[in-house]
Design a binder for this molecule. Structure first.
Ligand SMILES: NC(=O)c1ccc[n+]([C@@H]2O[C@H](COP(=O)([O-])OP(=O)(O)OC[C@H]3O[C@@H](n4cnc5c(N)ncnc54)[C@H](OP(=O)(O)O)[C@@H]3O)[C@@H](O)[C@H]2O)c1
Length: 326
């Protein structure tokens, strides 16, 4: 396995890769890690379908990419992951084209927003980060299964350590809303979803969950001083390997190019053939009990019963069953 680390960038991961003819679809491609992944993959020759909910933000991201690579092959699609009808409309339109998907990167995300609900009445972070991607992925599954060596990469986070999913009260109706706990639930859901894809599709699809690191992007748009202090305390209590983080709650910030590297690595590397379903961070395999800011994870993310139960709950919430593949 090639050795990479926290500072490895997208372009370094893609060195020597010719992605001509491979089709990547990326949600949340209008900014941050989604835009950088799109740029880097297109630079390596891939055809990239960039999905976003805001057309003008997406157009601006495409202009930025085209300014450095005029021949980038970029398609676009408008999908609001907090609106199931929008997801259904896009999936129907896409499937009608007959185009296949080699790699789907479920990258879009919202973090610590004030309490609100999606169009379909689901708490916003769980509804967008997990349920939206659950529905989109399953609707697009015929195109993914028809892809070449297909992969599904789900953006998770060290934030999974804030909380496992809560299958009894996904909308915070029986307990008080806590924005970090909600983010944690949604990011744990991204990992359970990865596990269940692997369980259901076996060798037909490779799927990985990714912690990208800590990167200054628009993800922090809802952060308040109170939420920052709460995060500092949470980081102090969960840090295992860095004494500085234990004492100060300091986070190891990365560039956007290094932040997007792990999801790009998960999308292209051949090094993970024996590790289908793995949790990844810093372009490496995750480490149980390790520092979450790096690639550490808590063991509950690999609980089989939770993965199955989350799938069932997700089916209820999208009012559609996606039976186990035969
Ligand atoms: N940055 C970090 O430190 C960090 C750490 C751990 C995990 N992550 C994960 O990495 C992923 C990418 O985050 P980022 O840092 O690149 O953040 P970002 O710059 O805010 O990008 C998030 C993207 O998701 C889109 N999005 C949000 N809600 C959506 C919705 N309802 N429908 C469709 N698209 C929606 C955003 O579009 P709009 O701009 O239109 O809202 C944006 O394009 C997220 O899943 C995040 O949880 C990031």
């Amino acid at each position: 396995m090639t050795t990479y680390g926290p500072e490895t960038t997208t372009d370094e991961v893609l060195l020597g890769h010719d992605l001509t003819g491979r089709h990547f679809m990326i949600t949340g491609a209008s900014s941050g890690l989604g835009e950088e992944s799109s740029r880097a993959l297109a630079q390596a020759g891939a055809t990239v379908t960039m999905l976003a909910r805001n057309q003008s933000k997406l157009d601006t991201a495409i202009e930025r990419i085209k300014s450095s690579n005029p021949s980038a092959i970029l398609n676009t699609g408008i999908v609001d992951l907090s609106d199931q009808q929008s997801i259904r409309d896009y999936a129907q339109e896409f499937l009608a084209t007959g185009v296949t998907i080699d790699v789907l990167i479920n990258n879009a995300g919202v973090m610590v927003c004030p309490y609100s609900k999606t169009v379909d009445g689901i708490e916003m972070q769980f509804g967008t980060n997990h349920i939206g991607h659950f529905l989109l992925t399953n609707l697009l599954m015929p195109a993914i299964l028809a892809g070449t060596n297909p992969r599904i990469v789900n953006l998770s986070s060290a934030g999974h350590t804030h909380s496992d999913v809560n299958l009894d009260d996904p909308n915070f109706e029986k307990c008080e809303y806590n924005a970090w706990e909600s983010y944690g639930r949604s990011k744990s859901a991204n990992i359970h979803f990865t596990q269940e894809i692997v369980h259901r599709y076996g060798d037909r699809i490779q799927s990985f969950a990714v912690h990208p690191g800590v990167i200054m992007t628009e993800l922090g748009r809802h952060l308040t001083p109170e939420l920052m202090s709460e995060m500092t305390e949470r980081v102090k209590s969960r840090s295992t390997s860095s004494s500085e983080a234990k004492e100060t709650g300091a986070l190891p910030f990365k560039s956007v190019e290094a932040g997007a590297a792990t999801q790009v690595w998960a999308s292209v590397t051949e090094d993970l053939a024996e590790n289908n379903g793995a949790y990844l961070g810093d372009c490496q395999l995750g480490v149980e009990g390790g520092n979450p800011s790096e690639s550490g994870y808590l063991p509950y993310i690999f609980n089989r019963d939770t993965a199955e139960a989350l799938w069932s709950l997700s089916e209820e919430l999208v009012k559609q069953e996606f039976p186990k593949s035969t």
